[in-house]
Design a protein around this ligand. Structure first.
Ligand SMILES: NC(=O)c1ccc[n+]([C@@H]2O[C@H](COP(=O)([O-])OP(=O)(O)OC[C@H]3O[C@@H](n4cnc5c(N)ncnc54)[C@H](OP(=O)(O)O)[C@@H]3O)[C@@H](O)[C@H]2O)c1
Length: 474
C-alpha cells in the first residue's frame, strides 16, 4: 500500500489525488467498506489520468464539486490525505529529516502519518491479494505457454554449445570438502584427471593423504590436504585461507561434506543430538561459501553443492537430513540471485549413490556416528544405488557445462514431478515401504526390507562395495 501512495505522492498534486480517488470510488462503489479500494484504484487510474489528462470526468467538475458528491467516510479519508499531503509542521525536526531532499522530505511525511492515520492496510492488502489470486493463475499459464517453449529451445541450444565448449579446469584450483570418501573422493579423482590443482578437506587426514596421492598419480599438478571440521566457522575460514595462500586463487568450491541421521524424530531423547546434521550439511556449506566468495568473484568461479533428492522426497527417519538438503537448495538458489553472473552455481541432487553413507554410516539418535547396516536397508530399500564413479563424472561434466542442477541417476527427476503433482501418493508409498512393519517387532522389519530380503534385491540393486558394513579405516 505504501508503494502505491508513494507513486501517487510523487506524480500528482493534491487535486489530482482527489480526482483519482473519486474516480476510484466511482469504479469501486462508495460504501464505507469500499473506500478501501481507493488507494488501489488511485494507482492504476492516477497513472491513466496522468497519461491522458483530458479525461472528461476530470474536466467537467472541480475537485470541490466532487467532494460534495462523496459520502462522509470518503470525505473523511480525503481530509486525512490532505493532512498527509500538507507540508510538515514547523515544529517537526529530526536530524534525519533535516538532511532529506525536499522530495524525500515530502515522502517521509506521506509515509509516517499513513501508518497512524489510515487504517485500511489490511483491507487494501486483502483486495490486492484477491485481485492477484484472480490474475496470477491465468497470467502464469499463458506466460508459460508463450515463453517457455522458446526458452527451453534456447537452453537446449546453449546446452549443446556448452557441451562442446565446456570449461577447462586444467591448472585451476578446486577446493573439495568431504574428500576423504564417497562422492567427494571421486570428485577429486575426476578433477585430478582433468589436470586441476586440489585442496582436499575432511576430518580423517590419513584417508585424505591416500586420496591426494592417487590424485597426483592421475594427473593433478598440486594437491594439498587440510584437516578440518566444516561445522566450525573458523575451520572453514582456515580451509579457504590455506587454499588461497598456497595457490593464490580459487576457481571451484565443492561443498560436499555431509552426514545423515537415521531415526524418527520421537526416538531422539535429546533432540539436540541431531544438530550436527544441520551444522555440517547446511552451515558447513554456508561458512565456506561466505569465506570463499571474494576469491570466487575474482576468478569468475563456480560453487558445486551436494544437496540431495531428499530435499523434496520426504523419506522417513531422515527428517533433519532432508531439511538440511532442502535448506541448501534454497540457500544456493538465493545465492544465484546475489552473485549474479560473477559466481556460477551447480546444485547437485543425487538419489542413492555408493558411499559410506549408503553403506550405513549414520548419526544415531544418541548423536554418535554409527554403521547401521539394517537401517541402511530400510532407508535405501528397493532403490537402485548408483556407482560413485559414474555419479562423480556426471557431476563434474555437468558443472563444467555450466548446468544449474545435476540429478543422478536421471530418473530421480521424475520423483520431483510426483512430489509436486501428487504429494499424497509419494507420502503413502514412503510410509508403506519404510514405516509399515511386517511380521516382527523390530523397526527394521519394514515392508520394503522384506521385499528386498525375499527377492535378494541387494545383489541386483546395490554395488558390491556397500554389501558389507566394513568401512575403510582412517
Ligand atoms: N550417497 C548418497 O546416496 C547421497 C545422496 C544424496 C546426497 N549425498 C550427499 O553427498 C555428500 C557426500 O556424501 P557421501 O555419500 O559421499 O558420504 P560419505 O562417503 O560418508 O562422505 C562424506 C564426507 O563428508 C566428510 N565429512 C563429514 N563430516 C564432516 C565434517 N564435520 N567436516 C568435514 N568433513 C566432513 C567425510 O569425511 P570425514 O569423516 O573424514 O570428516 C566424508 O569425506 C553428502 O553431502 C551427502 O549428503 C549423498
Amino acid at each position: 500500500m505504501r508503494g502505491i501512495w508513494d507513486g501517487v505522492g510523487i506524480d500528482f498534486n493534491r487535486d489530482s489525488v482527489e480526482r483519482t480517488m473519486v474516480i476510484g470510488i466511482g469504479l469501486f462503489g462508495d460504501s464505507v467498506e469500499r473506500t478501501i479500494a481507493v488507494p488501489c484504484s488511485c494507482l492504476s487510474i492516477a497513472y491513466l489520468s496522468h497519461a491522458f489528462s483530458s479525461i472528461s470526468l476530470e474536466s467537467n467538475l472541480s475537485s470541490l464539486e466532487w467532494r460534495h458528491r462523496m459520502e462522509r467516510p470518503v470525505r473523511g479519508t480525503l481530509s486525512r490525505v490532505h493532512a498527509i499531503l500538507s507540508p510538515p509542521p514547523a515544529s517537526f525536526s529530526t536530524s534525519s529529516t533535516q538532511t532529506l531532499s525536499p522530495i524525500r522530505n515530502h515522502l517521509f511525511f506521506i509515509f509516517t502519518p499513513l501508518s497512524t492515520h489510515i487504517h485500511t492496510d489490511t483491507a487494501t492488502m486483502d483486495l490486492i491479494n484477491g485481485l492477484l489470486n484472480l490474475v496470477a493463475p491465468p497470467f502464469t499459464f499463458f506466460t508459460l505457454l508463450l515463453f517457455l517453449p522458446p526458452w527451453m529451445f534456447f537452453k537446449f541450444c546453449l546446452g549443446l554449445i556448452h557441451s562442446v565448449f565446456s570449461e577447462n579446469v586444467s591448472g585451476k584450483v578446486i577446493l573439495i570438502t568431504g574428500a576423504s570418501s564417497g562422492i567427494g573422493e571421486h570428485l577429486a579423482y575426476e578433477y585430478a584427471s582433468r589436470g586441476a590443482c586440489l585442496a582436499l578437506c575432511a576430518r580423517r587426514e590419513g584417508r585424505l593423504q591416500e586420496v591426494a596421492d592417487r590424485c597426483r598419480q592421475i594427473g593433478s599438478p598440486d594437491v594439498i590436504v587440510i584437516r578440518a571440521d566444516v561445522s566450525h566457522a573458523h575451520d572453514c575460514k582456515r580451509i579457504v585461507d590455506q587454499t588461497v595462500n598456497h595457490f593464490n586463487r580459487l576457481d571451484h568450491l565443492v561443498n560436499n561434506a555431509g552426514i545423515s541421521q537415521v531415526c524418527m524424530l520421537e526416538e531422539a531423547d535429546d533432540i539436540t543430538n541431531l544438530r550436527p546434521v544441520m551444522d555440517i550439511n547446511f552451515w558447513g556449506s554456508v561458512y565456506t561459501t561466505k569465506f570463499a566468495a571474494p576469491h570466487l568473484r575474482n576468478s569468475g568461479g563456480r560453487i558445486i553443492v551436494l544437496s540431495s533428492s531428499a530435499s523434496w522426497v520426504p523419506l522417513p527417519r531422515m527428517s533433519v537430513y532432508n531439511a538440511s538438503k532442502a535448506a541448501l537448495a534454497q540457500f544456493y538458489d538465493t545465492m544465484r540471485v546475489e552473485f549474479g553472473s560473477d559466481v556460477k552455481i551447480t546444485v547437485v541432487t543425487p538419489g542413492f549413490i555408493e558411499s559410506e553413507l549408503t553403506q550405513g554410516k549414520f548419526l544415531s539418535h544418541e548423536g554418535k556416528l554409527v554403521v547401521d547396516y539394517d537401517a541402511r536397508d530400510v532407508q535405501v530399500n528397493v532403490s537402485p544405488v548408483m556407482k560413485v564413479e559414474r555419479c562423480a563424472r556426471s557431476i563434474v561434466k555437468g558443472a563444467l557445462r555450466g548446468e544449474r542442477y545435476v540429478t543422478e541417476p536421471g530418473w530421480m527427476k521424475m520423483s520431483y514431478v510426483w512430489k509436486v503433482l501428487w504429494p499424497e501418493a509419494v507420502e503413502m508409498i514412503n510410509r508403506l515401504m519404510c514405516i509399515t512393519t511386517v511380521g516382527g517387532e523390530s523397526r527394521h522389519d519394514t515392508f520394503g526390507k522384506k521385499v528386498m530380503d525375499i527377492a535378494g534385491g541387494q545383489n541386483i540393486l546395490y554395488p558390491q562395495s556397500i554389501q558389507s558394513s566394513e568401512m575403510k579405516a582412517d
